[in-house]
Design a protein around this ligand. Structure first.
Ligand SMILES: *[C@@H]1O[C@H](CO)[C@@H](O)[C@H](O)[C@H]1NC(C)=O
Ligand SMILES: *[C@@H]1O[C@H](CO)[C@@H](O)[C@H](O)[C@H]1NC(C)=O
Ligand SMILES: *[C@@H]1O[C@H](CO)[C@@H](O)[C@H](O)[C@H]1NC(C)=O
Ligand SMILES: *[C@@H]1O[C@H](CO)[C@@H](O)[C@H](O)[C@H]1NC(C)=O
Ligand SMILES: *[C@@H]1O[C@H](CO)[C@@H](O)[C@H](O)[C@H]1NC(C)=O
Ligand SMILES: *[C@@H]1O[C@H](CO)[C@@H](O)[C@H](O)[C@H]1NC(C)=O
Ligand SMILES: *[C@@H]1O[C@H](CO)[C@@H](O)[C@H](O)[C@H]1NC(C)=O
Ligand SMILES: *[C@@H]1O[C@H](CO)[C@@H](O)[C@H](O)[C@H]1NC(C)=O
Length: 578
């Protein structure tokens, strides 16, 4: 069923930017109850100009106007920001009580200005919102008019609490949330790897289960486009500078005292400067405003972790090369939701089966043609099974069966002296954890990604085509319920030099998005844009009338900034020297 949705005219007065282009990531609105009392509080308002290593720091105190702290039925954050000028996409993260709760990036602005809002359900972090603590929002931005880099990001962050009542009980919450963090009191709480993020933790002795959430994103010349990195074995078959080494396989690992506890294959996030910024305006790629997280059931390790001693929990990123090394850099962090027994008696038990190898099984194949064309394929699989018996102080016994099967293939082609490069990658897998036979974690995903890049034969421009699908059925932990997301996005465009100097270009982006959860909430959105103008936008599903859905772009507004294109944070191999 399709229902028309009125255009929401977003306040044109925010930060004095009038007629700003509304950017939005296609995503479901947060699922929150209606008809309950809500209380919204501003957390911060900050203009990020030259803000490198100068995050905004907020001393949070839990409000009591929507009931006792921790009694809320839901919590959402509202990030609304504006920017005008020319600027790169910037990474930003919010950490709270040293726990990263949101990783995002900034859409590149236009000269006339952009505005975007993203609403995020953060109910899983209720224990953090229930007590006073420090919130850090880092957004490392640089303004340098001499280089034409002028855009500042004006960010407003607010929190909304939904009061509980008889119909809507307080949200389920873990007993403790442990950070996987550098514990910085005044800087970003994620850590640059390699080598690794090691967090030394002591778990409560009566811990009975623990669920990890991991954040990971690739950055910089070599790792922002990690899926384009080429296996070492073939790197010297390519013209120099055509690709970065260390291959395209990336795996996020979680280890307990050096032993693998679980893995994830990351989603390839295209930030809004990815190769051609015009294709991501005003619709960023899936995940650019709310980077996906990865989940591992740590419960099998509870008998070890709850022994009262220190343990090292490690997050790292590996490749499928012989030395498993990656380039610099990835930013990683995470948290562990810990549940304790009703008694204070220590938990006992043991791992009864451990079948996992530290690294995946992988293979590199390829061919080199006489004309210099190169094809390289990297494939990998990994399986893991960990079983454990957990005996709580109260006597309750839990049999845990945690199992993962992940598979990966990436085919790269280089033609025309590597001026044309294509990548076809597919990461997919199934991870399930059963506690006494009941699924408490489940992550079934498929992430096909296809990027075709070609320089014009005369070198005067380039074309890029992106095609990617995020299909994921996810139960991250027992605090919530299964959601199913299918997000298909196709984007393409060109950038070319103008005879008068400068550059111009075009971009299109079509999206087909479906959300369905275990409670029957649904949301669909089909929206397409060409050269900044929405050509169609159809919204359906039970959440379609939600006042919280992401704002729509009034059709017909805004033209390309012909005078000055924003910068594409393309690595040197894309349109270099152009
Ligand atoms: C952004 O817009 C404001 C308000 O119109 C203006 O004063 C400022 O110069 C603009 N900044 C840039 C970098 O264009
Ligand atoms: C645990 O580690 C912390 C700091 O990393 C240290 O201060 C503490 O003494 C250690 N405790 C034990 C029992 O080793
Ligand atoms: C690379 O693979 C394509 C098919 O995808 C094939 O047409 C081409 O000949 C291959 N090139 C090389 C160098 O093997
Ligand atoms: C992984 O594969 C094995 C072997 O096919 C199977 O027994 C196991 O159930 C699979 N695990 C998951 C989570 O799909
Ligand atoms: C998109 O913009 C480019 C550059 O201004 C222009 O050449 C092209 O005709 C436009 N395409 C469409 C479909 O509007
Ligand atoms: C973008 O420009 C290229 C090169 O002129 C052209 O082939 C393509 O059709 C254009 N796309 C759109 C959407 O205008
Ligand atoms: C570019 O996207 C448009 C739809 O937005 C599509 O019609 C066209 O075929 C695409 N071009 C390429 C080369 O994929
Ligand atoms: C989000 O915050 C912005 C800026 O404060 C505000 O204009 C907007 O109405 C808020 N959106 C929702 C759904 O609360």
């Amino acid at each position: 069923m399709w229902s028309a949705v009125a255009f929401v005219a977003l306040s044109s007065t925010v930060a004095g930017v009038s007629g700003a282009l509304v950017n939005f990531q296609v995503a479901q609105p947060p699922v929150v109850p209606s008809g309950v009392k809500t209380c919204t509080h501003s957390l911060l308002e900050r203009n990020f100009a030259n803000s490198y290593y100068q995050p905004e720091i907020v001393e949070y105190v839990p409000p009591t106007d929507c009931g006792a702290p921790g009694s809320w039925t839901a919590i959402t954050l509202n990030w609304t920001a504006t920017s005008n000028g020319t600027q790169y996409d910037r990474l930003s993260a919010i950490s709270f009580h040293n726990v990263e709760v949101w990783r995002t990036s900034t859409p590149e602005p236009t000269l006339a200005g952009i505005i975007w809002t993203y609403l995020k359900d953060v109910t899983l972090f209720t224990p953090l919102f229930a007590k006073p603590g420090r919130l850090i929002l880092d957004l490392n931005n640089i303004v340098d008019p001499s280089q034409g880099i002028t855009g500042e990001y004006f960010v407003r962050l607010s929190v909304t609490f939904y009061a509980s009542n008889l119909l809507h009980p307080p949200a389920k919450a873990a007993d403790t949330i442990l950070p996987l963090s550098n514990f910085s009191p005044d800087q970003a709480n994620y850590v640059s790897v390699p080598p690794a993020l090691d967090t030394v933790l002591t778990f409560p002795r009566n811990s009975v289960s623990a669920f990890a959430e991991l954040y990971a994103s690739g950055n910089s010349q070599d790792e922002e486009f990690w899926y384009f990195d080429t296996a070492n074995e073939y790197i010297d078959k390519l013209p120099s500078g055509a690709a970065s080494p260390r291959g395209p396989y990336r795996e996020v690992r979680l280890l307990v005292d050096g032993q693998l506890a679980g893995s994830a294959l990351p989603w390839a996030v295209f930030f809004t400067g990815a190769i051609n910024p015009l294709v991501w305006r005003p619709i960023p790629a899936y995940g650019a405003l709310d980077l996906p997280r990865y989940y591992v059931d740590l419960t099998p390790f509870i008998p070890k972790l709850a022994d009262g001693l220190n343990h090292t929990v490690t997050v790292d990123i590996i490749s499928a090369e012989d030395d498993h090394a990656t380039n610099q850099n990835w930013y990683v962090s995470g948290n562990i939701q810990v549940f304790v027994d009703s008694t204070s008696k220590p938990t006992t038990g043991k791992i009864t089966k451990y079948s996992a190898s530290p690294y995946p099984i992988s293979q590199v194949t390829g061919s080199v043609a006489e004309n210099g064309d190169v094809n390289v394929t990297v494939s990998a699989t990994r399986s893991l099974t960990i079983e454990a018996e957990i005996v709580a102080g109260s006597g309750k016994k839990t049999l845990v069966h945690w199992s993962q099967n992940l598979s990966y293939v990436n085919k790269q082609t280089f033609t025309d002296d590597a001026n044309s490069q294509t990548v076809k990658q597919k990461s997919s897998g199934t991870s399930v954890s059963l506690h006494n036979g009941i699924p408490v974690v489940s992550d079934i995903f498929s992430y096909p990604v296809d990027v075709d890049f070609a320089l014009y034969p005369d070198g005067s421009g380039y074309t890029v085509v992106f095609d990617h699908t995020y299909t994921r059925s996810l139960l991250p932990n027992p605090l919530t319920y299964t959601t199913n997301i299918n997000s298909y996005q196709h984007a393409n465009g060109s950038i070319w030099a103008l005879p008068t100097g400068g550059r111009t270009g075009n971009g299109t982006n079509i999206n087909s998005f479906k959300y369905l959860d275990l409670h029957g909430n649904s949301y669909t959105r089909d929206v397409a844009v060409t050269n900044n103008t929405i050509s169609y936008d159809r919204v359906g599903g039970s959440l379609a009338g939600s006042p919280f859905q992401f704002v729509l772009q009034p059709a017909g507004r805004n033209v390309l900034d012909a005078a000055r294109l924003p910068l594409g944070r393309a690595s040197r191999r894309f349109g270099s020297g152009f």
